[in-house]
Design a protein. Sequence first.
Length: 438
Amino acid sequence: MLRQIALPSVLICRPALLGTIRAGFSPVGIPDEGGCGPPGQRSGLPRVRDVGPVRWRAANGAHLVMLVRAGPASSAEPWWSLTERRNNCHDARKSMVSPMPAGRYWPAMTSDEYPAGPALRRVLAKAGGPELLDLLAEGLTGTDLTTLLLEVFRRRADRLTPAEVMRRYRTDRFVTPAPAGFAQIRRAEDFLLSALPDDFQMLTLAPLVPLAAHTAVATVDPRKVVATIRGSEVAADPTNALALEAAQQRSQALAADPRSALPVRMAASQRVVRAQHFDAPGMLAHFQLFALVTAGRDTGSRTFEQQHLVEHLHFAVRAMARAGVRHTEIRITCLDESAAPILARTRTELAGTPGIDVIDDPDRVTGRGYYTDLCYKIYATIHGQQLEIADGGFVDWTQRLTGSRKERLLISGFGVDRLATMLTPPTDAEPSPPRQTS
């Protein structure tokens, strides 16, 4: 009898912006793996030190580069992305000066200074010093580095026996099948897909994105993303790949009409991988996310934000209702006072919807510096259990990808594995599946 299972295919987010580079650095958090839960284990990223008041100017989204010293930092962050928090310093949309996206830049690797991690120290000492790292990171072209790594991994693969491959399969968290069955995941995915408005284009995303796709626009530590030896990265969040495609389509529209406000609506369901490690049972490095993005242009009076936030939330309400969720809670956080009309419109549109509670969540900690203006979380209650199912909000990614401050982008992400597990009632004969990461 054949059994269908979900296998791994192996995150782009909004950066913290520093208008003036000073002695502090926005902290970085590692979210609960798979998305939808409270932040899990945390790790640090570089801390900007002793570089003085430097302002950075962007031209069409390209930024100057500065290498800085490293130091620890930590914080709680959103459930489905690794992001930095925003310092309350400068709003890029209010000035022609675009602050440096701090998380984009990593410590200088010189012969006398490199990160103090014991593993890297050991490797570099064995290799003769950090000069080798300088050569691999900066001295070789991308093509030459790929050629070298292909040969390295060819030799390593040639040494492995079938028994060693089997041993790796038993222990490698990246290759373990999902605990949730294929039918469970497909059922949850179908509920989401059936609720999608007709004007959303459903894409089949590639399992890879360009190298730095998770760090150039978003402030993700590259070590938390699975990179390939061919200069690409394994997808860690479908909203980032959708944002790239949305920016491409919006750029084409702007080329034809510089004032084009034609919205781009896209969605995708993708199995993604994140490299941070969690020891909790049932926590996998790969999971399924169903994502929506809407890209467009600011036409004044917050029209884009009001219209499309309501559209995304109506989709969520329909999907939860079709899945049999009797009570859905939408927690909305205004990150800027100017977003109050967006919240007011949303409340009016959702008022009276059976089984839906819209709640202000001003004390939310995660997502600040990742989202702009407004963000939200969606909690579903079924079989007496309440779980976070979705997270979304406005981000500035298409502004930076297109080089236009007038561009707007709304993203939403739904944890399919988590919804699938939640919709499967526990029975006495069969224990309930372990908690999923998405």
